[in-house]
Design a protein around this ligand. Structure first.
Ligand code: FAD
Ligand code: NAG
Ligand code: NAG
Ligand code: NAG
Ligand code: NAG
Ligand code: NAG
Ligand code: NAG
Ligand code: NAG
Ligand code: NAG
Ligand code: NAG
Ligand code: NAG
Ligand code: NAG
Ligand code: NAG
Length: 591
């Protein structure tokens, strides 16, 4: 898909929500309010916390969001335009990674949502929970059974408002495993693509690719229909759902945009951190606000460790060497960054009806947009992937003689296959394409978020260390071979002409070169402020998400994940937001 650099502004003819979303701290000051809870970051998890804490009219809640309003930006509203949302747009933090050893020294763009809704406003909307084993492993690592799959199911359901587009889709999901009364709309494909019947037919032709009716049951292995955060043909983000008008109009909930938190500061005593320092203008003065009860960091897996480190909470020797006053030695802050690597396998196909048609024909593209705009129908109402597969390298693979199995267990995938009815990336000038995109979803590689200096407004050094562990490269090799086998099923005869950028004649060495030269990220950074058991000598937060050794300060976002789930990570971020909210309410005797 062509990546456009500009953001189109859509005139929706509606007012930009209520005045409770503020642009300026001066306007906030005029209200002369005290806030019980200050949430730093209005992203996937932060918006959940703001919504749930403000359910109780006794709690006054303020969200400080660094980014801009999500309203009226077409590229983050039209689902199929998600690849245009980032990188290097007005809604992106514009980060890039350090040189990646596993990628032959390349550095990658590393987008994060700089907008209300955070990365849920710019992501590709794939909604996958992960495996039961993933969460049971969280429970095991933290010693808190509340993080196990079974105990998290109520929180999954609080998040999800499952809304299949029509009855014909009942063979595409299992109604028993969904929530229907949650806040965030989750749906299924609403417009057919040229690959649908062939992907599904392959599951009846090749035994290694079984059909899975519902990959969100806790048992994701197999090939099935993608579930997506789309509501009536438009993106459902945490901003459009948890901060929708019926919630944002609560008198006890305020959001301040363009509010970039630089540090958390001590409040009265050495161990209490309920004060935040922020700027509205990069050259402007530093402002402070103090929460009556707690500050909740929900700035995401890059933003949260960045704030903690600049606050002097981290590895004391590293911080001292950067000229930052150490206020609390917590060496795990920013360590253990984990992400998913992907690489696209493209196939030249004997068919029109792929993405390239509209990418090369402005008239057709305009027709599709007009159709979306007037009726919310047509090819633009879906996220870019109609089906997904979750698969394991066989147990008897020689890989596991060399390395321990990095997955959470036998029901958890090592790799994913993402199917698209078009060329992933900038397409060649002629030809029609489909892509099968393998991703390593139970990675062993670990990286870090570090500071480059003591300027709290400068970007951190982000090293996801993609494919840095050899086992991840070996699994990626197997995943590419699997993608090539998938396209040899009879279902693809007369359709797939040939693999385009890699093929089955490649030696392992050639495959490794292909991977290092072409692999990218699925944009799932996690684990930089990990939960660990209470009293553990490692980790950043306790199982109740309070920062170890401090009071008044919690982290509620994907950075607390003890290990990355084998899934696209927004569902996990929402689940963390939902349970995190209950843990806070519990601490204040509110449930
Ligand atoms: C391009 C892209 C595609 C993706 N595709 C998918 C997908 O298809 N499916 C899926 O499940 N997941 C996807 N993800 C990942 C998913 O969106 C994230 O895992 C999830 O949003 C993380 O939630 P979070 O609450 O931890 O952080 P975020 O949602 O990133 O929220 C963090 C918020 O904090 C704000 N913030 C950061 N620093 C500060 C500061 N100093 N002061 C104030 N505010 C601050 C940010 O602006 C942001 O709003 C994608 C991500 C990206 C970037
Ligand atoms: C709000 O506070 C009042 C006074 O303390 C109390 O009576 C009431 O139960 C509280 N409401 C909730 C929803 O907690
Ligand atoms: C990212 O770059 C875009 C385009 O230059 C810009 O509009 C946006 O403000 C930048 N984001 C940040 C956080 O500076
Ligand atoms: C975690 O799993 C290991 C191995 O199965 C087991 O020995 C241990 O008791 C578990 N720990 C907790 C806290 O459940
Ligand atoms: C779906 O099917 C049920 C039962 O057959 C029927 O009652 C309902 O009206 C149908 N809904 C739609 C949207 O077609
Ligand atoms: C914080 O700790 C320092 C050094 O231990 C001590 O001098 C100071 O009094 C403490 N401040 C408070 C407010 O407790
Ligand atoms: C802190 O960082 C230094 C390197 O800067 C490292 O040698 C040391 O092991 C780290 N400390 C801990 C406890 O991880
Ligand atoms: C990284 O995480 C593991 C648990 O997955 C933990 O044992 C280790 O101590 C962590 N490392 C750091 C530097 O925090
Ligand atoms: C471009 O799309 C329009 C509208 O669908 C169509 O009429 C036209 O034939 C297409 N042009 C080409 C070159 O395919
Ligand atoms: C959508 O339709 C409205 C009303 O007809 C129009 O003003 C607007 O420009 C259209 N937007 C797009 C992107 O086509
Ligand atoms: C979906 O959007 C269309 C077009 O804007 C609108 O006519 C329709 O009422 C919406 N349906 C629902 C269920 O909101
Ligand atoms: C392309 O499709 C046509 C008809 O569907 C078929 O006759 C032809 O053999 C196909 N060509 C290839 C290279 O698969
Ligand atoms: C695939 O293999 C054939 C030989 O079997 C070769 O001609 C072709 O160039 C290869 N394709 C790529 C992308 O390397």
């Amino acid at each position: 898909m062509i990546l456009f650099s500009s953001i189109l502004i859509l005139t929706l003819g509606t007012t930009l929500c209520s005045s409770i979303i503020l642009d300026s701290a001066a306007d906030l000051n005029k209200l002369n309010l005290k806030f019980d809870f200050i949430v730093v970051g209005g992203g996937a998890a932060g918006a959940v916390v703001a919504n749930r804490l403000s359910e109780n009219p006794n709690n006054s809640v303020l969200v400080l969001e660094a980014g801009i309003s999500n309203a009226g930006i077409l590229d983050i509203i039209v689902p199929f335009f998600s690849p245009r949302a980032v990188p290097n747009t007005a809604v992106d933090w514009n980060y890039s990674t350090t040189a990646q050893v596993g990628l032959g020294g390349r550095s990658l763009a590393y987008p994060r949502g700089f907008v209300l809704g955070g990365s849920s406003s710019v992501n590709d909307m794939v909604y996958t929970r992960g495996s039961k084993e993933d969460y049971d492993r969280w429970a095991n690592i933290t010693g808190d059974d509340g993080w196990s799959w079974n105990q998290l199911i109520p929180y999954m359901r609080k998040n999800e408002r499952f809304t299949p587009p029509s009855n014909e889709t009942t063979e595409k999901f299992n109604p028993a495993v969904h929530g229907y009364d949650g806040i965030n709309t989750v749906s299924l494909q609403g417009f057919p693509t040229v690959i649908d019947s062939r992907v599904i037919q392959t599951t009846t032709e090749l035994a290694e690719f079984p059909f899975n009716l519902d990959m969100n049951s806790g048992y994701p292995l197999g090939i099935g229909w993608e579930q997506q955060t789309v509501k009536n043909g438009s993106r459902s983000s945490s901003a459009t759902s948890y901060l929708a008008s019926q919630f944002i109009s609560r008198p006890n909930l305020h959001v301040l945009l363009h509010a970039r938190v630089t540090r958390v500061l001590q409040t009265n005593s050495n161990n209490t951190f309920r004060t935040v320092e922020f700027v509205q203008d990069l050259a402007g003065e530093k402002l402070t606000l103090t929460a009556e009860k707690e500050v909740i960091l929900s700035a995401g897996s890059i933003g949260t460790p960045n704030i903690l480190l600049h606050s002097g909470i981290g590895n004391s020797s590293t911080l001292s060497s950067l000229g930052i006053d150490v206020v609390h030695d917590l060496p795990s802050v920013g360590q253990n960054l984990t992400d998913h690597a992907l690489v696209s396998v493209a196939f030249l196909v004997n068919s029109s009806g792929t993405w390239e048609d509209a990418e090369r024909n402005a008239t057709l593209a305009a027709e599709q947009l007009a159709q979306w705009n007037t009726t919310r129908t047509g090819p633009l109402i879906d996220s870019p992937t109609p089906q997904i597969g979750w698969l394991r390298v066989p147990d008897n693979s020689s890989i596991f003689n060399q390395f321990p199995d990095p997955s959470a267990g036998p029901e958890t995938p090592h790799y994913e296959l993402i199917f698209t009815s078009g060329f992933f990336g900038v397409p060649p000038p002629t030809g029609n394409f489909i892509s099968i995109i393998p991703a390593v979803v139970s990675p062993a590689s670990r990286g870090s978020v570090k500071l480059q200096g003591n300027d709290s407004l400068s970007a951190p050094l982000i090293d996801p260390n993609l494919l840095g562990s050899e086992v991840d490269l070996l699994i990626m090799r197997e995943a590419i071979k699997s993608a090539l086998r998938f396209a040899t099923a009879p279902a693809w005869q007369d359709f797939v002409i040939s693999p385009f950028n890699v093929n089955s004649t490649y030696t392992d060495e050639e495959l490794d070169d292909f991977i290092r030269e072409n692999a990218g990220t699925v944009f799932h950074p996690s684990g930089t402020a990990k939960m660990s058991p209470k009293g553990a000598t490692w980790g950043v937060v306790d199982p109740d998400l309070s920062v170890k050794g401090l009071s008044g300060l919690r982290v509620v976002d994907l950075s607390i994940a003890p290990l990355i789930p084998a899934a696209h990570t927004q569902a996990a971020a929402y689940i963390i937001g939902e349970r995190g909210s209950d843990l806070i309410k519990e601490a204040w005797g509110q449930i």
